[in-house]
Design a protein. Structure first.
Length: 111
């Protein structure tokens, strides 16, 4: 399955557009991560703990999109767009959602 944020895939022809596919993942950050992130807020720097949660959520969302595209008979997804939100009373949960277009593609022949 080829997945891209672009509207085309170089070297491939889009044979059929099969519809919009979406994926969503909600990940909670635990108390230890909250404490470490609070410390990072005060002293500065990157929050590796939250970056890890965000990266895992993004990969899970892409896997969900891929699964839904395969159900439609697609072998590619183009135009992927991500959205990130914090949700929950304390904003302690991260929502990663993505949307793309499932397509059936074929390799262009070289002439």
């Amino acid at each position: 399955m080829l997945i891209t944020t672009t509207e085309t895939l170089e070297g491939y022809a889009i044979e059929e557009y099969l519809g919009i596919v979406t994926g969503e993942t909600i990940s909670g950050a635990n108390v230890i991560r909250d404490i470490m992130a609070t410390v990072t807020d005060y002293v500065g720097g990157r929050s590796g703990t939250y970056e890890e949660v965000l990266g895992d959520a993004r990969q899970s969302t892409l896997a969900e999109i891929s699964d839904r595209a395969q159900i439609l008979g697609a072998n590619g997804v183009i135009g992927i767009s991500f959205d990130y939100e914090t949700i929950g009373g304390r904003g302690a949960m991260i929502l990663v959602s993505a949307t793309g277009t499932a397509v059936r593609i074929s390799k262009k022949s070289r002439q």
